[in-house]
Design a protein around this ligand. Sequence first.
Ligand code: ATP
Ligand code: ZN
Length: 292
Amino acid sequence: MSAPALRIAVQKSGRLAEKSLELIEAAGFRIMKGANDLLYRVENAPIDILRVRDDDIPTFVGDGVADFGIVGRNVLAEAVEDGARAPVEAMALGFGRCTLKIAAPIGFKYANAHSLAGLRIATTYPRSLKRFLEAHGVQAEILTMRGAVEVAPRLHLAQAICDLVSTGATLEANGLEALDTVLESEAVLIRAPKGVQAQFAALGESMIARFKGVAASRGAKYIMMNAPRARLAEITAILPGADAPTITPLAGREDVLAVHAVCQESVFWETLERLKEAGASAILVLPIEKMM
Ligand code: ATP
Ligand code: ZN
């Protein structure tokens, strides 16, 4: 018997596996990769990590076997029929981005979803595709496949497909082009519909807060500079995604102030050049390790 613990289901191997563990570690939980391949323990908190097929994660979390799960929104959407056992999306995690798209052989005349009426569309995402077609009031035949959907048009199994796309290279290699978007996906944290085990509710909340901190600090920078008092408004307006910068006086300088700010968006060289043109000097851009 294992000790009671908060349980998180993650993909065992595949596109989300590494990044899911990295996120948990970045949140300060030390993962012990022990002999048991299916279950990793966390050393400094009562957390167990269940390593499973991504397709099983919504079921695990929906049934409450796991309190949380990390899975692609596409997998969640496809698994969920709604109802009492539908896991709840707690937060988007900012990695594993991809799009579920409608695609067809290059040259296909597409105006909108109605261009698909009466066609046969191959997919491994029949529920998501059905919802898309229904939302547009379009009647089309759905051919459910287990994989290799992109070859269906060439084999004359279907005239169009509905598949995950990240770079578009696979589509291109098969003479297909993307026509419409069914779902924008990324990895999401999902929570059991009945909530987490009562004794671990606070730990669950703190884990989510830490994940939010990790997600927010990615790409965020701390920027410091000296700015002429007269051009302060102009300079703070240039800072990308910064609210309420800290302004402090400099010893012995009436005309110049120190400006410190957290920028939520990337700080590019071009931004620094604009700051300099506006009179800023001694500009420093620092990485942020943690944020809460
Ligand atoms: P499992 O063995 O766990 O069932 P899988 O083969 O179904 O794995 P992966 O290919 O590892 O799944 O993809 C996992 C998730 O990664 C996808 O569900 C999707 O959310 C995301 N993803 C990001 N980019 C892509 C892409 N280009 N193609 C497919 N999935 C992608
Ligand atoms: Zn899978």
